[in-house]
Design a protein around this ligand. Structure first.
Ligand code: BTN
Length: 256
């Protein structure tokens, strides 16, 4: 990877390294190029602007200067099928960062699968990308995170907000520091104790739990009461006929 082209002072968790960029196509792409070139886990790619920021489901992620864009390369000793649990790990780290800065934790909540909302509006996005090995274990995972610090995108399908719009004036580097500290803590809990404590902590912060919601994946849609997360992170809905349905990937909406 090329030399740093900006230099913020960012306190990092032990063993992590910062690659700071003024501008990149996407921090996830930059981190995946580094991973494929053999970079060790703990690399944090932090950019002040992205020219081709990537969102979930093939969408883009508007990335002007003033917001946080970072991707953390991890090489956990874990099965590929457990890698998606890291999106809940990242959501907890984002939630705790945002709630800590707001000083009003009750306004922030986690929306399945890995969104963090404040007052019902999206303040961050998480995009996980990974590569497995033929033995079914992970080679690398990239946890890409965008947090709206100074700007909230307009013209989005759903309402969006930013730390600034919520009355928090904070430097991007300080948000990064808090987020990396929280991410390191939650990753270590996950590595040591597995998904159970992550699942429990996520459920504590979950929005819409116990409410009737619509879950959509591909062309399918199910309406039901949001009962819980299963042991692997799938959404468990109780439909009107009393049956339980599991949804492994997709999006949820409040049922109208
Ligand atoms: C979403 O659609 O909600 C996920 C958005 C993820 C955006 C972040 S910004 C840093 C990292 N680099 C990218 O290109 N995407 C992620």
């Amino acid at each position: 990877m090329s030399e740093p082209d900006e230099a913020s002072t960012v306190a990092l968790p032990a063993g992590w390294r910062l690659a700071e960029r003024a501008s990149v196509d996407s921090t996830n792409l930059e981190a995946s190029r580094a991973a494929e070139a053999g970079a060790a886990g703990g690399l944090v790619v932090f950019a002040h602007e992205q020219l081709a920021g990537r969102g979930r489901q093939g969408r883009g992620w508007a990335s002007p200067r003033g917001n946080l864009y970072c991707s953390v390369l991890l090489r956990p000793d874990a099965l590929v099928r457990d890698g998606a649990q890291l999106s809940f790990v990242a959501a907890l780290a984002v939630h705790d960062t945002v709630a800590g800065l707001l000083g009003k934790p009750a306004r922030a909540g986690c929306k399945w699968p890995n969104d963090v909302l404040v007052g019902g509006a999206k303040i961050a996005g998480i995009l996980l990308e990974s590569r497995g090995r033929p033995d079914g274990r992970l080679d690398w995972v990239i946890v890409g995170t965008g947090i709206n610090v100074a700007h909230a995108p307009r013209d989005t399908e759903r309402p969006a907000t930013s730390l600034s719009a919520e009355g928090v004036d904070v430097a991007v580097a300080r948000v990064l520091e808090r987020y990396l500290t929280a991410l390191d803590e939650w990753v270590n809990i996950w590595l040591r104790d597995g998904f159970d404590p992550v699942r429990a902590a996520w459920l504590d912060r979950a929005l819409s739990l116990g409410r009737t919601i619509r879950a959509r994946w591909g062309r399918r849609e199910v309406v039901g009461r949001f009962e819980t997360l299963d042991a692997g992170g799938a959404l468990v809905l109780r439909t009107e006929d009393g049956a339980l349905t599991r949804v492994g990937a997709g999006e949820i909406f409040e049922a109208s």
